[in-house]
Design a binder for this molecule. Structure first.
Ligand SMILES: [Zn+2]
Length: 303
């Protein structure tokens, strides 16, 4: 098939950096969680995390004192309201009775990374998020909502909004409450974010999040994502499917046969990318990973 002309925006991934395992949705005894902030950080550290935003309901959990040379805790909150919002790296919450766009703006103005959590659980319409320019990301997978309510996946909404031209990154979270009284709740580390940070610091992580230099996962790994002007290529942990997804009638699935595994993939030359392309991985246990969207340059940016 003939190749299709295209030109991607520059890669969000800095040439030098490292992957940092991070979580941006969990609760402690300061709201409805079962462990103290100290115990929560200790648990995530044992599970390989190097960064955590504790997102207790309503107030900002002051966690940055729990940071050290090997671990970064970011003051964060799950800002109640209709629908909910998460602010990562913020000093104060926003009044819950304010409209969503205003709450998002107040969290973003503090230098925070603003996520719309569990959109299906919030029963939020696409229009709700279209009217919210300060939003950085959609929580495309929430392990707690998936486990308890079967509504933790929001990739269809994500594609709808991306197809409309919104720039929204995709975040996965475990929403762990670590509370034995809540038997259906998810556990720490069931889904997380791998951040490619040029510098292991609070600023380095927040900058990488804002630029979209990260992916989300339940286990499979993007070891490298190389974005060229017209090409995207990957190295991954062994998976059974690599799913290239654009908007509408455009996409392609590479599937491994039998016991084979895929560890590399490239965007097919013939795939007609419409506005953006993103990649999903599926491993042999059905666990998924989601890259962020890679956008085509607009006409004004030139080619
Ligand atoms: Zn939550």
């Amino acid at each position: 098939m003939p190749s299709v002309p295209r030109s991607f925006e520059p890669s969000p991934f800095s040439p030098k950096g490292e992957w940092i395992k991070a979580g941006f949705h969990c609760h402690t005894t300061l709201s409805d969680g079962g462990l103290s902030p100290e115990e929560t950080v200790a648990l995530y550290r044992r599970r390989g995390f190097r960064c955590l935003g504790i997102t207790d309901h309503r107030a900002v959990t002051d966690a940055e004192a729990l940071s050290d040379a090997a671990f970064i805790a970011l003051n964060s909150t799950e800002n109640g309201g209709d629908p909910d919002l998460i602010g990562v790296g913020v000093r104060s919450s926003a009044p819950r009775d304010l409209p969503l766009p205003e709450r998002a703006r107040r969290l973003a103005e503090q230098g925070g990374f603003v996520i719309a959590p569990h959109p299906a659980y919030c029963a939020a319409s696409p229009e709700t998020y279209r009217a919210c320019p300060a939003l950085h990301a959609l929580e495309i997978y929430n392990a707690y909502c998936d486990r308890a309510y079967a509504n933790g996946v929001a990739v269809e909404l994500w594609d709808m909004l991306l197809g409309d031209g919104l720039r929204l990154w995709g975040v996965a979270g475990d929403d762990a409450h670590l509370n034995p009284r809540k038997r259906t709740y998810s556990d720490a580390g069931e889904a997380w974010v791998e951040v490619w940070a040029g510098e292991f610091s609070r600023r380095g992580i927040l900058d990488a999040l804002t630029r979209g230099a990260f992916y989300s996962t339940q286990g499979p790994r993007f070891e490298e994502i190389v974005v060229g002007k017209e090409t995207i290529s990957l190295r991954t942990s062994p998976v059974v499917e690599v799913r290239w997804r654009s908007f509408g009638k455009a996409g392609h699935v590479f599937r491994a046969d039998g016991g084979a595994r895929i560890t590399a993939s490239a965007l097919p030359e013939w795939l007609r990318v419409r506005t953006y392309v993103r990649i999903e991985l599926v491993d042999g246990d059905g666990r998924r990973a989601w890259s962020n969207p890679f956008f085509l340059r607009t006409a004004e940016e030139g080619s």
